[in-house]
Design a protein around this ligand. Structure first.
Ligand code: F1X
Length: 411
């Protein structure tokens, strides 16, 4: 077990990002994007007039209003949220840490729309339409990616050893699949899944992909723990990576860590993985159908495990992870942490100097970890000063436009 001696970052903690940071993307998100997301829930569902009115009130209060309490619902995490809210009650949305504001915002939407009802059946996923559209809009990219994975798997099996170059390519696809993030771009806009992987290489600011392949060839029967981000095409990219890891022998078992309820518009739950599996199995395209079949076999055999935990929808920094989950992750040979919001959680969504070493902040994990993240918020680490200067000059919105990515390994 790779227990780490530090329980929190081994550096003084800087301030959290705030919606009141004037002129920031954070401010734009809290005062404009989040209200738009709440109003899109009204448009895309058939909730009652009372619910829609409450959603509109939530949208209207975000720019200058105060956090509203969470009325009692049957959510498993209701009492945890009561405790989290103690710190920030009577404060404005723009004055509390952005990560808290955003995670609470999505939990409130479920409270307003009665997602948590007594009994076992959950309520309506208010973001389902965009998740489904996201998948259907990317069919052509899905077909080409599944064909490619099948080819790489056959090559690895013929050569009798897993191909590092194929794994690296699939890490790139998983990274760029994160660009298609529905909280930023709705599925109704142009298909952001179609991109040429080669032209994206220049936009990877830190690339530890080769080191990841070396780490996975050092040991046998690897267990990989994959903290998943979005459903839709991004999840297909992640499932192709998982399929190759298991089929080529890089991994013996993969755990997918998923959200226990809808959040951040497109974040994936167990039900979204099963919906995607069904979508693949029922495809009329043989390579897509074959991926679905291998996925099913891996789920049935237990080589692929679907897990969920309320930590992943909490406002907590990654270093506040419950000890039971931390111990479980401690059994892993490699954690893969996907996406921008999870990266923000790794940093506690704080304003670290962008040149700070990633490993000096994330010094608390119980296993080696690689972050696959496209930049969509104003946090970054491990960058050289000259790279930051060049980016600011050549692409002023480099931190938030989803055009730049990192593959950062802490071994
Ligand atoms: O975790 P993902 O899906 O990659 O990105 C989610 C996210 O970082 O993207 C938005 C834009 O910054 C934020 O509001 C949100 O936190």
């Amino acid at each position: 077990m790779n227990k780490n001696k530090f329980q929190i970052p081994n550096l003084p903690l800087p301030a959290p990002l705030l919606g009141s940071d004037a002129g920031s993307f954070t401010e734009f998100t809290v005062t404009q994007r989040m209200p738009d997301i709440a109003r899109r829930v009204i448009v895309e569902n058939q909730f009652s007039t009372d619910i829609n009115q409450s959603l509109e009130e939530l949208a209207a209060e975000l720019p200058s209003g105060y956090l509203r309490p969470l009325t009692n619902d049957s959510g498993v995490d209701f009492h945890d949220w009561k405790r989290y809210l103690e710190l920030y009650k009577h404060q404005r949305w723009v004055d509390v840490p952005w990560f808290f504001a955003e995670t609470y915002f999505y939990r409130l939407i479920l409270n307003i729309t009665n997602y948590f009802q007594p009994g076992a059946l959950p309520g309506i996923d208010p973001f389902l339409l965009q998740k489904v559209q996201g998948l259907e809009a990317a069919v052509n990219s899905i077909i080409s990616l599944c064909s490619q994975v099948e080819k790489w798997l056959n090559e690895s099996q013929q050569e009798g050893k897993p191909s590092k170059s194929s794994l690296i390519a699939l890490l790139y696809f998983a990274l760029w699949g994160n660009r298609v993030d529905l909280s930023l771009w709705s599925a109704f806009e142009d298909d952001r899944s179609s991109f040429d992987i080669q032209t994206q290489l220049n936009n990877i600011l830190i690339d530890d992909s080769f080191a990841v392949t070396k780490l996975l060839t050092k040991s046998q029967n690897n267990r990989i723990d994959f903290v998943i981000d979005n459903a839709g095409f991004e999840l297909i990219c992640d499932l192709c990576l998982v399929d190759f890891l298991l089929g080529s022998g890089f991994a013996n078992q993969v755990y997918l860590h998923l959200k226990p309820h809808p959040t951040f518009v497109s974040d994936a739950m167990i039900k979204d993985v099963l919906y995607t599996q069904d979508f693949l199995v029922k495809s009329s395209h043989p390579p897509v159908q074959s991926l679905g079949k291998r996925l099913t076999e891996n789920l049935v055999s237990g080589r692929l495990v679907l897990a969920e935990d309320y930590f992943w929808t909490s406002p907590l920094a990654f270093w506040e992870i419950p000890i039971s989950l931390k111990d479980e992750l401690g059994k892993s040979n490699l954690m893969i942490v996907k996406g921008d919001a999870n990266y923000r959680r790794l940093l506690g969504d704080r304003s670290w100097d962008f040149t700070t070493k990633f490993a000096d902040i994330v010094s608390y994990l119980p296993a080696p970890m690689v972050a696959l993240r496209t930049l969509k918020s104003e946090v970054a680490t491990g960058l050289k000063a000259e790279v930051i200067l060049e980016l600011a000059n050549t692409d002023p919105s480099w931190l938030t436009n989803g055009q730049w990515g990192v593959i950062q390994l802490i071994s």
